[in-house]
Design a protein around this ligand. Structure first.
Ligand code: COA
Length: 260
């Protein structure tokens, strides 16, 4: 893994932790974070020892305080479209073939919320705050905020967050389904790692197919989704891990999944 300037990547057993490391700017996403994040995801995708990715922000105050506003001056419609178009950091997280958990340790704003939304699960600390504040800058979300947020929490609540730009607290985020769990800040890392390690023990191919099938649910109608699900389910029956999972159950032992 190369040395990055704006992110760090740490391997903890089967779990990799990618940290946005600009605490003095509350981990705002500049163009370097986008390009280094894309490069790191490419490496982590190929690394068979990595079964799950956790993404977080450095420091205790902020997960990600949105796009780096100081870079907005130099941006044009073309540069912005290139950043957020199909091969964007957010879309690559969405399509990453392993589960991704956002460990939200404070401000989760704008592009930070969009990044968290591209992850598969969101776990936050009690001090976390969420918003899509783009409207206050005279713009709108452009990294999936209007789409992924609406799919996750519904049109009414999404509309209110996007039209007002107001922050919501962690308890509200949990109530409306924006996050899966809330923990005291001191417990966030341990609780997130506990969940990450539990999922990382499962069969990797089945995890990948589950992720693909669940994401397809909000991108298709029910009939197409049911067809896609049964095709992916059938693929599971071609894997060694299916044999191992079934044998382990019948032999009353813990399965050791290998990812093949
Ligand atoms: N882009 C660039 N720099 C940012 C930033 C962002 N999105 N968010 C915070 N920073 C910088 C601040 O400019 C400040 O830098 P400085 O010390 O060099 O002046 C540093 O991070 C600390 O932020 P500060 O505003 O002093 O902290 P605070 O506790 O008073 O306020 C926030 C925290 C999150 C409420 C406030 O920083 C904020 O509103 N940020 C912008 C959020 C936003 O609109 N994001 C969406 C962009 S589309």
């Amino acid at each position: 893994m190369p040395n990055y300037e704006t992110i760090t990547v740490e391997h903890r057993g089967k779990v990799a932790v990618l940290t946005i490391n600009r605490p003095e700017k509350l981990n705002a996403l500049n163009s370097k974070v986008h390009s280094e994040g894309v490069a790191a995801l490419e490496e982590l995708k190929k690394d068979e020892n990595v079964r799950l990715l956790v993404i977080t922000g450095s420091g205790e105050k902020s997960f990600i305080a949105g796009a780096d506003i100081s870079e907005f001056e130099g941006q044009t419609p073309v540069t912005q479209r290139n950043t957020f178009y199909e091969a964007s950091l957010f879309n690559r997280i969405d399509q990453f073939p392993k589960p991704v958990i956002a460990m939200v340790n404070g401000f989760c704003l704008g592009g930070g919320n969009e990044l968290a939304l591209a992850c598969d699960l969101r776990i936050c600390s009690e001090n976390a705050r969420f918003s899509q504040p783009e409207i206050n800058l005279g713009i709108m979300p452009g990294g999936g905020g209007t789409q992924r947020l609406t799919h996750l929490i519904g049109e009414g609540r999404s509309m209110e967050m996007i039209l007002t730009g107001d922050m919501i607290d962690a308890a509200t985020a949990e109530k409306i389904g924006l996050v899966n769990h809330v923990y005291p800040a001191a417990d966030l890392e341990a609780e997130t790692m506990k969940l990450a390690e539990k999922i990382a023990e499962k069969a990797p191919i089945a995890l990948q197919l589950c992720k693909e099938a669940v994401k397809f649910a909000s991108r298709s109608n029910l009939d197409e989704g049911l067809r896609r699900e049964v095709d992916l389910f059938a693929i599971c029956f071609s894997t060694e891990d299916k044999k191992e999972g079934v044998s382990a159950f019948l032999e009353k032992r813990k399965a050791e999944f290998k990812g093949c």
